[in-house]
Ligand binder design. Structure first.
Ligand code: SF4
Length: 338
């Protein structure tokens, strides 16, 4: 039986899968991922390169076709939408790329790039109105109007990312996938762009999925975080809870590797993840982290651990930090608990 849609969420995925046919079989890039993002909140998605986080974002907004599962937007499964309905939906869902330069026409000026979607989607009364709106969006993202007629290659990375943000805002979306939006920027510029994204979220009531490999960045912006490993969600918790009480061995290793800016505070042990990464092509049952996990047990190589709340399993009341889910046999009662 299908569960009713969670009305408090703007966006949900149910058993979402994205497989790619490759030589040797099926690459399970996104494998049975369930998330829910409430209105006006940010879900951080973290993991190493190749864990499927960008594929998840692109499948949700249908830049890629899902293999199976559901994507519910305001309770409606948009994977069932035809082309016309999806075109209207695209206005509500946008994406900001790591390198906006790769997704824009370098022969267009800044104003033309920002106005383009409004002209294509016919959301303004005229071209002049679209360019006027583009100028206002430049103000919103802190890009001086004198850059309206310059070309993106004449600008630095931070200003180029501001163009990407203005373009994403041009159709008044409700939901934005931010796909590594600050990863290519200098640290000082990263902070400016993160603060800009948070200010815009507050002003416009936006909902974000914030994808990054950088845990120190995700903590700053996220309300909740999921940790992905080889296409699956292995841990999910409120941002503070995840940082204070990481449970999955992979999350612990990721957190231990965050650089500590204050030398006097550099006391924590960095957990080095050793071992070969399991192939995501035709994966066998079992924990996909087992080949690299220092706590791996026999059951880990035989049964895929379900994503469960250890607090529910222990029949304790909900932790003050909020719900916390982890997919690891250390907490399923099948193995020894740490
Ligand atoms: Fe390690 Fe087993 Fe937990 Fe996987 S399920 S993370 S192998 S202890």
């Amino acid at each position: 039986m299908e569960c009713p849609a969670n009305t408090s969420s703007l966006l949900e995925t149910r058993h979402l899968k994205k497989y790619f046919k490759v030589k040797g079989g099926l690459l399970h890039a996104v494998d049975d991922v369930n998330i829910a993002i409430p209105h006006n909140r940010t879900l951080g998605v973290v993991g190493e390169s190749g864990c499927g986080k960008s594929t998840l974002g692109r499948t949700i907004i249908r830049l890629l076709d899902a293999t199976d599962g559901q994507v519910l937007f305001n309770g409606e499964d948009i994977l069932k939408y035809g082309r016309r309905k999806m075109k209207a939906m695209r206005r509500k869902m946008q994406i900001i790329f790591q390198d906006p330069y790769s997704s824009i026409n370098p022969r267009m000026s800044v104003a033309e790039i920002i106005a383009e979607f409004m002209i294509v989607h016919n959301t303004c009364s005229s071209r002049t109105a679209a360019f006027q709106r583009a100028a206002e969006l430049m103000d919103t993202v802190g890009l001086a109007r004198r850059y309206a007629n310059v070309y993106p290659h004449e600008l630095d990375g931070g200003r180029r990312q501001r163009i990407g943000i203005a373009r994403a805002l041009s159709l008044d979306p409700q939901f934005i996938v931010c796909d590594e939006p600050v990863s290519a920027l200098d640290v000082s510029i990263q902070a400016q762009i993160l603060n800009l994204l948070m200010d815009i979220q507050e002003d416009r009531g936006l909902t974000y999925m914030f994808i990054t490999h950088d845990l120190s960045v995700v903590k700053h912006i996220s309300d909740e975080i999921i940790v992905m490993y080889l296409g699956q969600c292995v841990e999910q918790a409120a941002s503070d809870e995840l940082f204070e009480n990481p449970m999955h061995p992979y999350t612990k290793a990721l957190l231990s590797a965050i650089p500590e800016p204050d030398i006097s505070m550099r006391t924590k042990e960095i957990k080095i993840i050793k071992g070969e990464i399991t192939s995501p092509i035709n994966p066998q049952p079992g924990c996909r982290f087992a080949a690299r996990c220092e706590y791996a047990m026999d059951i880990c190589r035989e049964q895929t651990p379900p994503l469960l709340s250890p607090w529910d399993l222990r029949q304790e009341i909900e932790k003050p930090g909020g719900k916390h889910f982890v997919a690891c046999h250390l907490y399923t009662g099948n193995g020894h608990s740490e």
